[in-house]
Design a protein around this ligand. Structure first.
Ligand SMILES: Nc1ncnc2c1ncn2[C@@H]1O[C@H](COP(=O)(O)OP(=O)(O)OP(=O)(O)O)[C@@H](O)[C@H]1O
Length: 318
């Protein structure tokens, strides 16, 4: 083992590094269909990872396996050092889950419901862990302070989703799973949610794994992006890393002698340097626009579609 320990990976002073999520050779077959076809992923403490992919790519399946709600067909899965399929309540207390949708709790009021959940976590408050959130602090964090006494069924869709996030957070998890967390959020709620995720990872070192179809959201909050397609991870890196791996990533535009010019380059710096160094040419309105994650994503998925491995393998069809 290396003598220098990355502080993100440390479980506590003097303890060894351990990935928060360590998945090897993960396969999932539904009937005759291989939805996950050999996935290897390691996620370290404090990372905010967005899992992207087309509808049906297997994002929810992957997350449900990591949460311990689904057993994989093959592969090894360790989450916070344990196999989620066999981990007990003490492990579950360290993990927060926001599923795609909840349909129960409608007759509860927001405050008592969250207090009830907090009580479930209290017995698992270990030394060095702060235990569940205080209700007022939690309501404030998720923007529900004014709805403390409201019936759950009276909440709007976006408020209901904030409550889901609060339920996932109440035990102050070390690892938070969020499956399409911002569905139904208005732009203000979305912005506040992004700030909340940044705060959790920056100040509490919470590890976050989320799925989303909102690529601008992934670009904004995720330190790392995984793209799942055709049963495999086809891209893994920061939004900038991914953009760099797709040709012609930056668009340089400028005005010269009254006309507008546009050029694409993988690395815009040498091009801009040469452009500005040309004698007698006056360049104005110079702009360099990097490829957005949406453009990168579309290029990558199209590339895999063209390669013929877009869809999970259907054994019967082949
Ligand atoms: N319990 C199940 N039994 C059979 N097939 C299933 C089951 N759950 C999911 N699937 C199939 O597995 C594939 C992956 O589903 P999954 O929900 O994991 O995808 P996803 O990437 O989360 O999709 P979306 O973006 O639409 O939420 C889909 O083709 C789905 O129909």
């Amino acid at each position: 083992m290396s003598a220098t320990l990355d502080s993100r990976n440390m479980i506590g002073a003097g303890m060894t590094t351990q990935p928060v999520v360590d998945v090897r050779g993960l396969r999932m077959r539904y009937g005759t269909r291989d939805v996950l076809d050999g996935i290897d992923v390691r996620i370290d403490r404090g990372e905010v990872v967005a899992l992207l992919g087309p509808n049906g790519a297997g994002k929810t399946t992957t997350i449900e396996i990591l949460e311990g709600f689904r057993r994989p067909t093959a592969g090894t899965v360790a989450v916070l050092g344990e196999d989620p399929a066999h981990a007990g309540d003490a492990w579950r207390a360290r993990v927060g889950v926001v599923l795609q949708s909840w349909r129960d709790h409608a007759r509860w009021r927001v405050g008592p419901l969250l207090e009830q959940f907090a009580e479930l976590y209290r017995p698992f408050t270990a030394e060095g862990r702060r235990g569940p959130y205080d209700l007022a602090e939690l309501l404030d964090l998720v923007g529900l302070a004014e709805h403390r006494g409201a019936l759950v069924r009276s909440l709007s869709g976006g408020q209901r989703r904030r409550l889901d996030v609060a339920i996932g957070l109440v035990g102050r998890p070390e690892l938070l799973f969020l499956d399409e967390p911002t569905t139904g959020f208005d732009p203000v709620a979305r912005h506040e949610f992004h700030e909340l995720i940044n705060r959790l990872s920056d100040f509490d070192d919470t590890t976050v794994l989320l799925t989303t179809h909102d690529l601008a959201e992934a670009e904004k909050i995720a330190s790392r992006i995984l793209i799942l397609d055709g049963g495999r991870i086809v891209a893994d890196g920061s939004a900038t890393d991914l953009a760099r791996s797709v040709a012609g990533v930056s668009e340089i535009s400028w005005r010269e002698g009254g006309s507008r010019q546009v050029h694409s380059a993988a690395d815009p710096v040498p091009f801009v340097r040469d452009l500005l160094a040309r004698p007698g040419v006056q360049v104005t309105e110079l702009q360099v626009r990097s490829q957005t994650l949406e453009e990168t994503y579309l290029s990558m998925v199209a590339r895999h579609e063209a390669a013929g491995d877009r869809h999970p393998i259907d054994q019967e069809a082949s």
